[in-house]
Structure formats: C-alpha cells, structure tokens
Design a protein. Sequence first.
Length: 390
Amino acid sequence: MNYDLETIIAADAAQIPLYAKRDIALVRGEGSYLFDSTGKRYLDAMSNYGVASLGHAHPAFTAALTDQLGKLTTAHQSFYNDARSMFLEEIARIAPKGVGRSFLSNSGTEAIEAALKFARTATGRSGIVAAKRGYHGRTLGALAATAEKKYREPFEGILGQAVTHVGFNDLEALEAAVSAETAAIMLEPVQGEGGIHLADLEWLQRARDLADTFGAILIFDEVQSGFRTGAPFYSAANGVVPDILVTAKAIANGLPVGVTLVTDAISDGVPGGAHGSTFGGNSLIARGGAETLRIMREDDLYANAAGVGAYVMAKIEALESNRIRAVRGTGLMFGIELKMKAGPMLKALQDRGVLALMAGTLVLRFLPPMIWTEQQADELVAALADVLNG
Ligand SMILES: Cc1ncc(COP(=O)(O)O)c(C=O)c1O
C-alpha cells in the first residue's frame, strides 16, 4: 500500500467530519516513534489517546497476534476459548481484591454503559452522582454522566439518567448529593479529558464511605488512568477499592477492549442475558490483551511509567517559561496548564516532531507509551523548551 497524503485526505472526506484534523497521515510506528506518509518521524507523546501502551510494532505483541490470526480470530462468548481465558487470567492478576468478575467489551464507553446497567440491577435505583469536568464517553448512558455541556446538550432529552455533577474534590458537595436514591457514584480517580487532575484520596475514601452508607455502587472510571500511573489502577494502589472498576485504552496496546470489573455480589445479581456484545472478548483481541498485560507485568512497565514520569515532570517543572501556569500528573499521565491557548503550542510541537494532546483549551496533555525511557523524556523536554520559549 502506498497512498500519498492527497489520496488519503481525499478518501477520508467520505467520513462525517466529527474530528478536528491534524493535517498529517500516520502510516507506521516503531517503538516510541511514529512516521507520517512523507516519512517524517515524530516522538509519540500521546500513544493515540493513551492506547498504544507498548509503543508501536512491539515484536512480542506482533508475534502473538500473528500466531492468533493463524489460529482463530473470533469465538463468541457462548463458547469457551483459550485466548480469552489467557486474558482473564492476566486480568485476575491485576484486579483489586474482591472486584474480579469481568464483562469484556470493545471500548471505554461500552465498559461504562455496562457499569451503569450493573449498578442499576444491583440497586434498583437510577440516580448517578458524577464529577464536574468528568468524562466517561459518548454513548448515551456514559454521555449523561459526562460533564461537558458541549457534548451533552444536543442530546439532553434522550439521555434518561438523573445525574448530579459535583465539584471535583469537593467533600461537602459529594456528601450533599449522595442519598438513598443514588444507584452509583461514578468518578475518575485521575481526570484526563478534564485537564489532568488528581483526586484527593480523602475525597475518594469519602465516596467509598458514602456508597457503603447509602447502599450505592461506587464506580471508578480508570479508562484513561489505568496502567500508566505506576500501577495497574491508581485507585486500588492508593487504598480505595470501588465496587465496579472500568478500564480500557492501554489494556490491549491499541486494540479495542473495554473491561468492566465488578464484585461477586454485583455479578451474582445480574440476570443472565441482561447484557452482551458480539465482539467482546473475541479471541484475537483477547490474545492481544493477554500479551499486553503479560509484557507490562514481566517488563515491569508500571515501575517504568512511575520512574520516567517522575523524571520528565521534574524536568518540565524546571523549565523556565512564563507561559506555564501549572504542571500536573502522575506516572506517564501528565499535563501542562498554560497561560495561553494550548492549540498553537500543540501545532508547534507537531511541527517540531512531537505528537501530544490537549485537554480543554489550556492544557497540553501527555499520555506516552509506557516503554518510554529517559531519552524520550529528554527529547520532549527539549522540544517544549523550544516551543514554549520560542
Ligand atoms: C475516563 C474516560 N472514560 C471513558 C472514556 C471513553 O472511552 P472510549 O473513547 O474508548 O469510548 C474515555 C475516553 O477518553 C475516558 O478518558
């Protein structure tokens, strides 16, 4: 296949224009680097919205998938399957104690939908308490819990969930919002789309206590924060365990996977046939997920994310730029809040050969592959020094 940029753009025009485009076509990757259709190389500081956790064309991952492709691509959940069982065994190694039953789907938003349905079946209630600035996805249930008006307003009438949004880290607002009508409290322990904000552990623990007091289900959305903050899950690593833990993105190195982990009690209360997915847990994707988790575990990419993350954040904090308002994050999930719009900086970084993301209008967001070393961190810092002081 040898498409030039013009051909690629012309064919892409057949899509509904939902995304602001970035004017380059990514055609190849190698480790922590991506290449466009002209052969230009970029440092990958975003892993395509936090998914390519092992970087690109990882040899062991590629070999496992190639092997699986030659055996079996799909096996519906009504059959047992060896690749799916391998994936489930790897998930069991990282699931917080007591939250080990899973539903496998194909995206973060689907994993959230499942969580909302399971919270309803467990409680018989429908009220949701979520956080301002929170992001949970674009399907209707997940969208109801997402805070940003621009995503919600066009669909307000059909969302069908009673959702109260409370200030992030606001203890009093959380206490006031949770009641005997609450089916679920759903929070991101580290907000991603909202601008890289870490929850106070006291606030997460209060959510745990309130859920217990009122018989509500505590859902932590670790779709974005999963795997890259120095541990499989930020919440459990910090001592707060939910009733439902939702993850996706980095778990399968770019393959579409959502995982909704629940307690035995919630699982036992879900009526058979109450939920399902044709593609969820299929053998190809499950093999990819199993291999990703195996590599993360054996290469201790969790410790690597913590170490390289601390290293790069310290270097960014040391940058002398009057354009920086704050540096926030943990592990390889970090952001720079600017005193100016982030869009032009994102473009300048891209031109300089670094691909990053934004969160809102003011924050430059970084979700690099978990295989980053200090060399890639230094390359990012050098590029930031240029564009922020340029
Ligand atoms: C915290 C969080 N939840 C849910 C989602 C939705 O995931 P997906 O885009 O895979 O549907 C995202 C996506 O960015 C997310 O960051």
